[in-house]
Design a protein around this ligand. Sequence first.
Ligand SMILES: NC(=O)c1ccc[n+]([C@@H]2O[C@H](COP(=O)([O-])OP(=O)(O)OC[C@H]3O[C@@H](n4cnc5c(N)ncnc54)[C@H](O)[C@@H]3O)[C@@H](O)[C@H]2O)c1
Length: 471
Amino acid sequence: MRLGVVGAGTMGAGIAQLGCAAGFETVLHDPFAAALENGAADARQGLERWAEKGRAAAGAAGLLETAAELDGLAGCDLVIEAVPERAELKRELFEALGAVAPGAVLATNTSSIPVTALAGAARDPERVVGMHFFNPPPLMRLVEVIAADQTGPEAVALAHEVAAAMGKVAIDAADGPGFLVNRCGRPFYAEALRCLQERIAGHAEIDRVYRLGGGFRMGPFELMDLVGVDTGYAVARSFTELSFGEPRWKPSPIQARMVAAGRLGRKAGRGYYDYDGDPHRPADPEPPAPDPAALGALGDAPAPAGADAELVRRGTAFAALAADAGLADCATEPLGGRAATGFALLPGAGLVELCGERDPAAEALAARAGLHTAWVGDAPGLVLGRVVAQLVNEAAFAIGEGVGSAADVDRGVELGLNHPRGPVAWSELLGVERVAATLDGLWRHYREERYRPAPLLTRALATGRGLAELG
Ligand SMILES: NC(=O)c1ccc[n+]([C@@H]2O[C@H](COP(=O)([O-])OP(=O)(O)OC[C@H]3O[C@@H](n4cnc5c(N)ncnc54)[C@H](O)[C@@H]3O)[C@@H](O)[C@H]2O)c1
């Protein structure tokens, strides 16, 4: 197997490293000498580190060749392109490769350009396929394999074979906006931006709720800063363009304003957070120690699969205390102006969201149950309930539209986005009823198509069958 990699940047260098580690003769090409040199050096260094750890053969770095000219890719069986995200550049490249490596399968690592539009430029569109790696390729375990409308079975089979030889989990995704994984991840950002826009909470508080309540490693705003606020904005715009205006995928005016102000995130020293040398936020503390008396009265009901049993116990204790104290359960319905304190809590969450009248007694109850708190504005599902409902809803649309299977949605989101669980698992943890009721609350509150339930979710609700079974 002779593998060609075009573009020696972040992704190309990582993919070349994977090719050598898999034992392929690997040719890396970049027309810019410095980029080629740096990319090859990164790949070699990575391979040496892997050889020390026994994850690659000692001589694996010797399999890497560099090519200053495209002609160096002659004789390749597979060429993976990782050049900048510009359709015209990629189309020209595929056209040129038809003459240089006429028998090769051509794979694109594009994140947002339809593979079908790129295949059209190739001499043999049947041999074009999407192989979408995640950043950084050597570490992230997932590859999405995308068949364009023109792609033949051989190209798909080769993409799977090569991904497997590189030690990746490969999933099939349809050729639509964001393919499977990035599409299913949209609400993670989109609902956070809506919460910020509506002043339900500030960016740092929303991030804290995602981490401590949702179990996400990073919140949406710190992640947007890391990826680049401009990159996130471009992705959101491409979703809108490719879908002719799907309301769930609209970019946020906040993104446009941040980009206009040059607040592009870490690379600019300033985004949602300031990066002036200190950590952008303090480390998260452990949850408070619970009062044994608050937990003592509980029976031993089994925790739902995939949830932290101790946190589920604490949540159950809090719900009992909250009911006694007359707090309003806002899991799916907002307070809507009632003079009360409301709360919402996901099963197994380490943080209770509170809304309405700022009664310190409510915080004390959460502390007794051993949970963090966050005060947020009143809206259906508060922050996390709304985010999770839309994550499940997006997945239900995607599964229903044949973008991928239910099992691949969860594997993809866990491995590609590092979420603590996939949307199908979220739907099982919360129950389809709660997800549907939250969406219904959002729909009645906003009257926006953005919150319409996916047909598959409605079917799951009507039949009592889960998304895993239906998808
Ligand atoms: N960075 C990510 O997180 C990520 C994740 C998944 C997919 N992608 C996709 O991977 C592709 C590459 O992204 P990246 O982050 O590695 O970009 P990058 O800017 O780090 O690297 C691009 C490389 O392509 C080279 N290049 C420019 N013109 C070229 C040409 N005509 N022929 C060959 N090489 C050329 C550049 O010199 C550079 O080394 C894009 O399509 C991007 O959407 C990126």
